[in-house]
Design a protein around this ligand. Structure first.
Ligand code: CTP
Ligand code: MG
Length: 230
């Protein structure tokens, strides 16, 4: 089984601020993207990594990632206008012998390699679509466009899902082809739309997404704790 990991990294990082594309923001001196790619390369099951770079940054990103893999292990392409578009472009360049595809956000720099392997293993074991998920801490309410609460969802049945999300290649390709212009915030959402059964496996507290400035501070803390072996 050949497994490829697609890394959407072409976002602008507007909620984080600063103007620099989020994937290139530094965490302990290295770009978020480098951390994410290192975890993928270190995973046992990942044979190829394809990064969708921010517009205009493709060759800079290629240079940045040079130390982390050979041309046959690591490829950089230009990303698209939306995350979905970025993933679709990466899917289009996968070699024919890849049969399992993981999709992992550059914005989740600290997702452990063990999590990457657990998701890949679950797809290899026969699931068509697998997402890591964790219980939600907050109570989630559904509101209308006036902020009037419509419903309170039963928290015990909710999961906050992370990446890497794993798919049989054919399922992910079919999901993206069927989506057309309809935008989803994750790849599993596209598969659900086709009626594919998507399964949740235990996620990791460290696979959180760096979205706002406070998340970057948390990431720095997680890294220094790891360095102290804690
Ligand atoms: N992404 C992408 N191409 C886009 C938009 C997003 O590859 N056109 C990637 C981001 O680089 C990120 C992941 O999708 O790794 C998750 O997106 P998000 O956290 O929303 O990142 P940004 O879009 O960069 O942030 P913001 O929405 O705050 O601008
Ligand atoms: Mg975004």
């Amino acid at each position: 089984v050949r497994t490829a990991a697609i890394v959407p990294a072409a976002g602008r990082g507007e909620r984080l601020g600063s103007g620099l594309p989020k994937a290139l923001r530094l965490l302990a001196g290295r770009p978020l993207l480098v951390h994410a790619v290192q975890a993928l390369v270190a995973a046992r099951h990942v044979d190829l990594v394809v990064v969708a770079a921010p517009p205009g940054e493709t060759s800079a990103v290629r240079d940045l990632l040079l130390p982390y893999g050979t041309d046959s292990e690591l490829q950089v392409i230009g990303g698209g206008m939306t995350r979905q578009d970025s993933v679709r472009r990466a899917l289009a360049v996968l070699p024919p012998d890849v049969d399992v595809v993981l999709v992992h956000d550059a914005a989740r720099p600290l997702a452990p390699s063990e999590l990457v392997d657990a998701v890949a293993q679950s797809v290899r074991d026969g699931r068509a679509a697998v997402v890591p998920g964790v219980p939600v801490a907050d109570t989630i309410k559904q509101v209308d466009d006036t902020e009037r609460v419509q419903a309170t969802l039963a928290r015990s049945a909710l999961r906050a899902v992370q990446t890497p999300q794993g798919f049989r290649r054919e399922v992910l390709e079919r999901a993206h082809a069927a989506a057309g212009a309809e935008i989803h915030t994750d790849d599993a959402g596209l598969a659900e739309r086709l009626g594919v059964s998507v399964y949740v496996v235990p996620g990791s507290d460290e696979a959180f997404k760096v979205t706002r400035p406070l998340d970057l501070a948390l990431a720095e803390t997680v890294l220094s704790r790891r360095r102290e072996g804690g």
